[in-house]
Design a protein around this ligand. Structure first.
Ligand code: NA7
Length: 538
């Protein structure tokens, strides 16, 4: 085993980049293998997504008890979620509880960002550079950088001249800030904006929402977990996690195999109503599978949601702006809401349609569109993330031939299982492109990936092997498989972060994996059973 050799270049077995849920689980598992680990985390503490995203209203859209870690009976026994869909402060407390329990911070250097990593082919080791000027040498580079962790702020002319405050939702001010007398502009209406707008609108001076694309939002239907429910959840944990292994997206909900047209119009409406009234993603991941492959089936769901929106918004013109018509239902991540549409009935809230009236620039006092000038004290960017590849691209990762990962992926990413990349030996991505993680109840898929990677590293270690690399043919076949599956769905017709289409200049290509959790787990098991087929081991 490698140990620290000098003050200048520390040597370890594994560098783990990221201290979110993925990184935390890596520390837990890799330590049990007796490996030396150096973790790096840009934040001051663990938590990743739940550390950064502290905006008002941030909460789970997955059932809390389906979201937490499943690996520890003790944690399942000791932790109690207060609500069916827990809010961010509780989730961060949970992750701190897990970190404390297993001493997971021990090997993590916080407030430290990895800036680059270079593969030294001669020694089969990674040289990892950090923004504190240090270099760490590791046999394995494990990237636990998250799929929605690279914030995106659009390049709008004049933003530097604006005299008020601006921030991205993932960078909410740490000091409490009251908006009750503020004129606030919000750019974006995705899942984040929907949660945040609903919360800040409860106590705000004036709110202007700039919307480019309306979304099909569904009521979350959150409520506290009673003592009886808690007892039942504890008993049901094995069944809950088993269910999540069997559904396509690792959620408690799963698609209905019937066609939308197997039912009469009345039966279909009744089914939609039932799913609409159910909590969570029931009306998205629990409706007919052909709604995601067939335009006509999809239209039945889309119209159902549009009607629900119209019922809740008083001004018919505003209701029409909020009712999506430019894309198919469910082909963007569905925002979950708890009073979002009623916000637009408030006298101190305005919705601006950027399609009719685009933002032209920031001024010293606010924002100008093509027809109007708005004065703001605060402008909040709820403009999303450079998803899946963004966090990887922002580090300078150089493979065996000196090629950069970012450059290699400029025409679309190529991976084997969304885990390995040919030309980048001893590097593992937990949840890279064409992996289940970004199209999943994320912690469920995180666990599958981390377990596979940790077992693989353990296998290498016990066999005395020092180099593993995805084979080019396996990578090509996997990428084709992932893209072929997606080609049969409506997801590829829509512009969203699923397609990388939210980032100007990013190659428009499907980034997720729609084969589903059961198929992916089968594939991982087969690959491992065959001695890591598709990887070459030395
Ligand atoms: P999303 O879902 O990517 O939403 C970003 C929003 O910002 C969306 O409404 C975008 O409109 C809008 N946007 C992006 N760029 C611009 C510009 N230049 N002008 C105006 N509006 C813009 O990110 P979220 O943070 O809401 O959600 C990310 C994930 O977090 C979500 O999937 C969950 O998993 C949790 P567009 O739709 O592109 O027209």
């Amino acid at each position: 085993m490698d140990t620290q050799k000098s003050a200048a270049i520390a040597e370890v077995d594994v560098v783990v980049v990221g201290g979110g849920m993925t990184g935390m689980y890596f520390h837990y598992l890799l330590r049990r293998l007796g490996l030396s680990i150096q973790g790096f985390e840009a934040g001051t503490d663990v938590g990743g997504t739940w550390y950064w995203n502290r905006y008002p209203g941030a909460r789970f859209d997955s059932e809390s008890y389906s979201y937490g870690f499943s690996f520890s009976e003790e944690v399942l026994d000791e932790w109690r979620w207060s609500e069916h869909f827990a809010a961010q402060p509780e989730t961060l407390r949970y992750l701190n509880f897990v970190a404390d329990k297993f001493d997971l911070r021990r090997d993590i250097r916080f407030s430290t960002r990895v800036t680059g990593a270079e593969f030294d082919a001669e020694r089969s080791r990674w040289q990892v550079s950090t923004d504190d000027g240090a270099v760490t040498s590791a046999r394995y580079l494990v990237l636990a950088t998250g799929v929605l962790s690279a914030p995106f702020i659009p390049d709008i002319r004049g933003v530097e001249r604006f005299g008020g405050l601006t921030w991205h939702t993932s960078d909410w001010p740490r000091e409490p800030i009251s908006l009750s007398d503020k004129r606030v502009g919000v750019i974006g209406t995705g899942a984040t904006a929907v949660q945040m707008i609903t919360e800040i609108a409860k106590d705000i001076g004036h709110l202007t929402v700039f919307q480019r694309t309306p979304n099909f939002c569904k009521p979350l239907r959150n409520r506290p977990i009673t003592d009886d429910e808690q007892r039942e959840i504890r008993e049901r944990y094995p069944a809950i996690f088993q269910r999540c292994r069997e559904t396509l997206g690792g959620f408690l909900h799963d698609f209905d195999p019937r066609s939308a047209f197997d039912l009469s119009d009345a039966e279909r409406q009744a089914f939609y109503e039932q799913q609409w009234q159910a909590p969570g993603f029931a009306f998205w991941l629990g409706i007919f599978a052909d709604c995601f492959t067939d335009d006509a089936a999809n239209a039945t769901a889309a119209e159902f949601v549009r009607e629900k929106i119209r019922e809740r918004v008083t001004d018919p013109a505003v209701a029409e702006l909020l009712a999506p018509t430019s894309h198919a239902f469910g082909t963007k991540r569905q925002p979950m809401e708890s009073g979002y549409y009623e916000v637009y009935n408030q006298p101190n809230v305005r919705l601006i349609d950027l399609n009719a009236d685009p933002i032209s620039r920031f001024t010293e006092t606010g924002v100008e569109t093509s027809t109007e000038a708005f004065d703001f004290d605060v402008v909040i960017f709820a403009t999303g993330f450079d998803a899946v590849t963004g966090a990887l691209d922002r580090m300078h990762i150089q493979g065996e031939q000196g090629q950069s990962l970012k450059h290699l992926w400029q025409n679309g990413p190529q991976t084997y299982l969304g885990i390995g990349v040919s030309g980048f030996p001893n590097m593992f991505i937990a949840g890279g492109p064409h992996n289940t993680t970004s199209f999943c109840n994320i912690p469920r898929c995180i666990e599958h990936n981390v377990e596979f990677i940790a077992e693989c590293i353990g296998h290498m270690h016990t066999k005395g092997l020092t180099r593993i690399e995805a084979e080019a043919e396996a990578q090509q076949a996997w990428t084709r498989h992932a893209l072929d599956l997606a080609a049969d769905t409506l997801f590829v017709k829509n512009d969203s972060w699923f397609m990388g289409a939210n980032i100007p200049g990013k190659k428009r290509v499907f980034l997720n994996y729609v084969g589903g959790v059961p198929l992916f787990l089968e594939k991982l098991a087969d690959v491992a059973a065959a001695g890591y087929a598709g990887f070459s081991l030395k």
